[in-house]
Design a protein around this ligand. Structure first.
Ligand SMILES: [Zn+2]
Ligand SMILES: [Zn+2]
Length: 159
Protein backbone atom coordinates (compact mmCIF):
# COMPACT_ATOMS: atom_id res chain seq x y z
CA UNK A 1 0.00 0.00 0.00
CA UNK A 2 1.41 3.43 -0.84
CA UNK A 3 2.21 5.50 2.19
CA UNK A 4 1.17 9.14 2.43
CA UNK A 5 3.96 11.69 2.35
CA UNK A 6 4.46 11.74 6.09
CA UNK A 7 3.09 8.28 6.71
CA UNK A 8 4.40 6.08 9.48
CA UNK A 9 4.84 2.37 8.81
CA UNK A 10 4.64 -0.23 11.54
CA UNK A 11 8.40 -0.62 11.39
CA UNK A 12 8.79 3.14 11.39
CA UNK A 13 6.64 3.51 14.50
CA UNK A 14 8.63 0.80 16.30
CA UNK A 15 11.88 2.51 15.32
CA UNK A 16 10.63 5.93 16.47
CA UNK A 17 9.74 4.54 19.90
CA UNK A 18 13.04 2.68 20.27
CA UNK A 19 15.07 5.71 19.23
CA UNK A 20 13.22 7.77 21.83
CA UNK A 21 13.98 5.10 24.44
CA UNK A 22 10.28 4.31 24.90
CA UNK A 23 8.77 0.91 25.40
CA UNK A 24 7.06 -0.36 22.25
CA UNK A 25 3.36 -0.95 22.94
CA UNK A 26 0.45 -1.64 20.63
CA UNK A 27 -1.28 1.57 21.69
CA UNK A 28 1.81 3.72 21.04
CA UNK A 29 2.38 2.12 17.65
CA UNK A 30 -1.26 2.60 16.69
CA UNK A 31 -1.23 6.27 17.72
CA UNK A 32 1.87 6.98 15.62
CA UNK A 33 0.49 5.12 12.60
CA UNK A 34 -2.91 6.80 12.84
CA UNK A 35 -1.29 10.23 13.01
CA UNK A 36 0.91 9.39 10.05
CA UNK A 37 -2.27 8.85 8.05
CA UNK A 38 -4.30 11.65 9.61
CA UNK A 39 -1.98 14.54 10.40
CA UNK A 40 -3.39 17.30 12.63
CA UNK A 41 -6.01 14.98 14.15
CA UNK A 42 -7.40 15.93 17.54
CA UNK A 43 -7.00 13.61 20.53
CA UNK A 44 -10.65 12.54 20.18
CA UNK A 45 -10.18 11.61 16.53
CA UNK A 46 -6.99 9.71 17.32
CA UNK A 47 -8.79 7.83 20.11
CA UNK A 48 -11.60 6.82 17.73
CA UNK A 49 -9.22 5.66 14.99
CA UNK A 50 -6.99 3.77 17.42
CA UNK A 51 -10.05 2.04 18.88
CA UNK A 52 -11.09 0.81 15.43
CA UNK A 53 -7.62 -0.73 15.04
CA UNK A 54 -7.04 -2.19 18.45
CA UNK A 55 -10.60 -2.94 19.48
CA UNK A 56 -10.73 -1.80 23.07
CA UNK A 57 -8.52 1.02 24.22
CA UNK A 58 -9.60 3.72 26.60
CA UNK A 59 -9.60 7.37 25.65
CA UNK A 60 -7.43 8.09 28.65
CA UNK A 61 -4.85 5.56 27.46
CA UNK A 62 -4.69 7.30 24.08
CA UNK A 63 -4.38 10.72 25.76
CA UNK A 64 -1.53 9.36 27.87
CA UNK A 65 0.24 8.04 24.76
CA UNK A 66 -0.18 11.40 23.01
CA UNK A 67 1.28 13.22 26.01
CA UNK A 68 4.19 10.79 26.36
CA UNK A 69 5.05 10.88 22.65
CA UNK A 70 4.79 14.67 22.53
CA UNK A 71 7.04 14.88 25.59
CA UNK A 72 9.56 12.57 23.94
CA UNK A 73 9.58 14.72 20.80
CA UNK A 74 7.95 12.08 18.57
CA UNK A 75 4.85 14.19 18.03
CA UNK A 76 4.25 17.85 17.59
CA UNK A 77 1.24 19.38 19.27
CA UNK A 78 -0.37 22.47 17.82
CA UNK A 79 -3.18 24.33 19.42
CA UNK A 80 -4.84 26.84 17.08
CA UNK A 81 -6.93 29.37 19.02
CA UNK A 82 -10.46 28.08 19.60
CA UNK A 83 -9.57 24.55 18.48
CA UNK A 84 -8.75 21.40 20.37
CA UNK A 85 -5.07 20.47 20.35
CA UNK A 86 -3.98 18.69 17.20
CA UNK A 87 -1.10 16.27 16.80
CA UNK A 88 1.22 15.34 13.95
CA UNK A 89 4.26 13.19 13.26
CA UNK A 90 5.92 15.83 11.09
CA UNK A 91 8.38 17.18 13.62
CA UNK A 92 11.53 19.22 13.72
CA UNK A 93 11.14 21.05 10.40
CA UNK A 94 9.65 24.29 11.71
CA UNK A 95 6.68 24.17 9.34
CA UNK A 96 3.62 26.32 9.81
CA UNK A 97 -0.11 25.87 9.41
CA UNK A 98 -3.05 27.18 7.46
CA UNK A 99 -6.27 26.79 9.41
CA UNK A 100 -9.79 27.27 8.06
CA UNK A 101 -11.89 29.44 10.36
CA UNK A 102 -15.06 27.69 9.36
CA UNK A 103 -14.38 23.94 9.20
CA UNK A 104 -11.04 23.71 10.99
CA UNK A 105 -9.22 22.09 8.06
CA UNK A 106 -5.50 22.33 8.78
CA UNK A 107 -2.75 22.21 6.17
CA UNK A 108 1.00 22.30 6.45
CA UNK A 109 2.97 25.21 5.06
CA UNK A 110 6.70 24.81 4.62
CA UNK A 111 8.85 27.34 6.38
CA UNK A 112 10.17 29.71 3.74
CA UNK A 113 13.35 30.43 5.66
CA UNK A 114 14.08 26.81 6.57
CA UNK A 115 15.35 27.34 10.08
CA UNK A 116 13.92 28.62 13.29
CA UNK A 117 13.04 31.22 14.23
CA UNK A 118 11.93 32.28 10.80
CA UNK A 119 10.53 35.56 12.10
CA UNK A 120 12.26 37.99 14.37
CA UNK A 121 10.27 40.25 16.68
CA UNK A 122 10.68 43.98 16.17
CA UNK A 123 11.78 44.11 19.82
CA UNK A 124 12.91 40.86 21.44
CA UNK A 125 13.07 42.39 24.95
CA UNK A 126 16.33 40.54 25.52
CA UNK A 127 14.83 37.10 24.88
CA UNK A 128 16.87 34.42 23.13
CA UNK A 129 14.13 33.64 20.59
CA UNK A 130 14.05 30.00 19.48
CA UNK A 131 10.85 29.61 17.60
CA UNK A 132 8.00 31.45 15.90
CA UNK A 133 4.77 29.51 15.68
CA UNK A 134 2.63 30.79 12.86
CA UNK A 135 -0.98 30.07 12.00
CA UNK A 136 -2.40 31.55 8.83
CA UNK A 137 -6.16 31.93 9.31
CA UNK A 138 -8.68 32.04 6.50
CA UNK A 139 -11.25 30.01 4.61
CA UNK A 140 -10.34 26.79 2.82
CA UNK A 141 -11.37 26.38 -0.86
CA UNK A 142 -14.50 24.39 0.09
CA UNK A 143 -15.65 26.98 2.60
CA UNK A 144 -14.95 29.90 0.25
CA UNK A 145 -17.49 28.35 -2.11
CA UNK A 146 -20.12 28.67 0.60
CA UNK A 147 -19.44 32.36 1.02
CA UNK A 148 -22.78 33.53 -0.33
CA UNK A 149 -24.84 31.23 1.86
CA UNK A 150 -26.11 32.93 4.99
CA UNK A 151 -24.66 30.76 7.65
CA UNK A 152 -25.67 31.21 11.26
CA UNK A 153 -22.01 31.68 12.09
CA UNK A 154 -21.40 34.36 9.49
CA UNK A 155 -21.25 37.23 11.95
CA UNK A 156 -18.83 35.46 14.19
CA UNK A 157 -16.67 34.48 11.23
CA UNK A 158 -16.33 38.02 10.03
CA UNK A 159 -15.08 39.33 13.36
ZN1 LIG B 1 -13.12 25.10 5.57
ZN1 LIG C 1 1.62 20.25 10.39
Amino acid sequence: MPQPEHGVTTDGARQMLRTAGMRVTAARMAVLEVLGEHPHATADTVAKLVATRLGSVSKQAVYDVLAACTGAGLLRRIEPAGSAARFETRIGDNHHHLVCRRCGRTEDVDCTVGQRPCLTPSDDAGFAVEEAEIVFWGLCPDCQGQGTIHHHNTKELQS
